[in-house]
Design a protein around this ligand. Structure first.
Ligand SMILES: NC(=O)c1ccc[n+]([C@@H]2O[C@H](COP(=O)([O-])OP(=O)(O)OC[C@H]3O[C@@H](n4cnc5c(N)ncnc54)[C@H](O)[C@@H]3O)[C@@H](O)[C@H]2O)c1
Length: 265
């Protein structure tokens, strides 16, 4: 038997580490911004893609783009991630239409920026519902079949604001911190079943979400980001493919920060 300490993996196995051919990836909020780019990136590496979004037109457009550009199978499903019946029915639809999910990306979300005293309870609830409840519901629904099959990868889209503080985002930051901790707990619970659970914590990325920021907020972000700019959605492709593929086979319970150096200061 070869000594594992000195034996190197074959060239072919190293080169194919990012290969996702035939795997099924479900991306929530995949109709726009980061979700759309990450879905495209996973498909470029061979994954069949399910776009789940409450905006079915956006989901269908994205699914068509991927089928045409990457040639992999796609499915667009309308669901609101914070509604239990929607999540259960979407999961069933995917199982019947494409098969069991290998890669789950919990990405759907939104943000509201304002000082604490101006928040309504409905705004607070909407942020916690989409981020925490939505992530929990999809992890539970898809986690069942992953547990049965003793394999799977879950990636939750958190935020740098789940790790460090900033003003005017209290409910959003608290919800993202909850996602980071949910990720750690599920990583422990699901590791014995061959399921890895990680988070990506993006910094400021140029998407329809951050285009809503006031010009002075965008300027401040640019000035305080060491790389001197907003990130682009396509810069999430490398991180998502890494975490979704065998390239990260010993990584679980982690949070990968993708922020142009913003939290390094
Ligand atoms: N853009 C950034 O700078 C940034 C930074 C950190 C984290 N994030 C996170 O990344 C994720 C994606 O953000 P984005 O910038 O791509 O935003 P986006 O607005 O471009 O896209 C969000 C998508 O989620 C969908 N969605 C929203 N609520 C939903 C719900 N309840 N059910 C189903 N679909 C729903 C929307 O229809 C949309 O397609 C969010 O969780 C966000 O908090 C973004």
């Amino acid at each position: 038997m070869k000594d594992l300490l000195t034996a190197l993996p074959s060239v072919e196995s190293v080169r194919s580490q990012n290969d996702l051919t035939g795997r099924i990836a479900l991306i929530t909020g995949g109709g726009s911004g980061l979700g759309r780019a990450m879905a495209w990136g996973l498909a470029c590496h061979g994954a069949n893609i399910v776009i789940v979004d409450r905006d079915i037109t956006a989901a269908e457009t994205c699914a068509r783009e991927i089928s045409a550009g990457c040639g992999t199978r796609t499915l667009a499903v309308r669901a609101d991630v914070n509604i239990e019946e929607d999540v259960e029915s979407a999961t069933k639809q995917v199982l019947e239409g494409l098969g069991p999910v290998d890669i789950l990306v919990n990405n759907a979300g939104h943000n509201i920026r304002k000082p604490l005293i101006d928040y309504t309870l409905a705004e607070f609830d909407s942020l916690h519902e989409v981020h925490v409840r939505g992530t929990f519901l999809f992890c539970r629904a898809v986690g069942r079949s992953m547990k049965e099959r003793q394999r799977g990868v879950i990636i939750n889209i958190a935020s740098v604001l789940g790790h460090v503080a900033a003003q005017n985002v209290a409910p959003y930051a608290a919800a993202k911190a909850a996602i980071v901790q949910l990720t750690r707990v599920l990583a422990l619970e699901l590791a014995p079943h061959g399921i890895r659970v990680n988070a990506i914590a993006p910094g400021y990325i140029d998407t329809p979400l951050t285009r809503q920021h006031a010009p002075e907020v965008r300027d401040r972000i640019t000035q305080t980001t060491p790389l001197g700019r907003f990130g682009q959605a396509r810069e999430l492709i490398g991180p998502i493919v890494f975490l979704a593929s065998d390239a990260s086979s010993f990584v679980t319970g982690s949070s990968l920060i993708v922020d142009g150096g913003w939290t390094a200061q």
